[in-house]
Design a protein around this ligand. Structure first.
Ligand code: ADP
Length: 219
């Protein structure tokens, strides 16, 4: 369902060119859980951002269910992203003055949706956050913020979930809650690309790919 063909991404800063991804080719099947691992700076976040339709590669093609996501107009790409892709950022990106319930509902502001408040509360409950509905992010632990961001990413039941280090710095109990929810998502046909260094988390993946200086290691 996901195909990366020869993806190269370079950043230019102060006359210096950094090749964050170098000719990356990757195929991921529907319902597959893939962990992306590798040292800091090897290109993991860049890879997720390009797959997430948030960062156009310098060259190469990315197809999700046969749709070439960077051939679309930016308006079409936004709609495609909303309908197909869930993204959990490492820094959560929660709005500080909104409650947890309101934060999870943010994607609904962009257009019509037939999701009821009860559906949203059920989703939040499935991540163990029901008694935090009316709290603001500042009142939550790191694990709770991470789970809120995951709930928001799952709101529209995306085809593919992209998650950047969401299990980093979490205690085993929080990791267990997150992994159980990811297993449910996968069992219902969802595809997952998860960046992590956690060996226990990696054991649960169908496949682990390692990046080194922007290239996939063949091991
Ligand atoms: P990782 O997630 O594995 O730590 P990144 O994808 O964040 O790696 O970064 C890959 C490389 O690209 C690093 O050398 C990083 O410094 C560089 N990089 C990332 N984002 C930018 C940017 N916006 N501008 C310039 N260089 C960047």
């Amino acid at each position: 369902m996901l195909q990366l063909e020869n993806i190269t991404k370079t950043y230019t800063k102060e006359n210096q060119t950094i090749r964050a991804l170098n000719s990356v080719t990757l195929n991921v099947s529907e319902g597959e859980f893939v962990v992306v691992s590798g040292a800091s700076g090897c290109g993991k976040t860049t890879l997720l951002l390009t797959v997430g339709a948030l960062l156009k590669p310098t060259s190469g093609k990315i197809k999700i269910n046969s749709a070439d996501i960077y051939e679309m107009t930016s308006e079409k790409r936004s709609v495609f992203r909303a309908n197909n892709i869930g993204f959990v950022f490492q820094q959560y990106h929660l709005i500080p003055y909104l409650t947890i319930l309101e934060n999870v509902k943010i994607p609904m502001l962009a257009g019509k949706s037939n999701i009821s408040d009860n559906d949203v509360i059920e989703l939040i409950d499935s991540l163990g956050l029901k008694d935090r509905l009316h709290h603001t992010p500042a009142e939550l632990s790191a694990g709770e913020k991470q789970r809120t961001a995951l709930a928001r990413a799952l709101l529209f039941n995306p085809k593919i979930l992209l998650a950047d280090e969401i299990t980093g710095n979490l205690d085993p109990e929080n990791i267990e809650i997150v992994m159980t929810r990811l297993a449910d998502f996968k069992n219902s046909g969802g595809t997952i690309l998860l960046v992590t260094h956690d060996k226990e988390v990696s054991k649960k993946a169908d496949r682990v790919i390692y990046l080194e200086r922007g290239e996939i290691l063949n091991i």
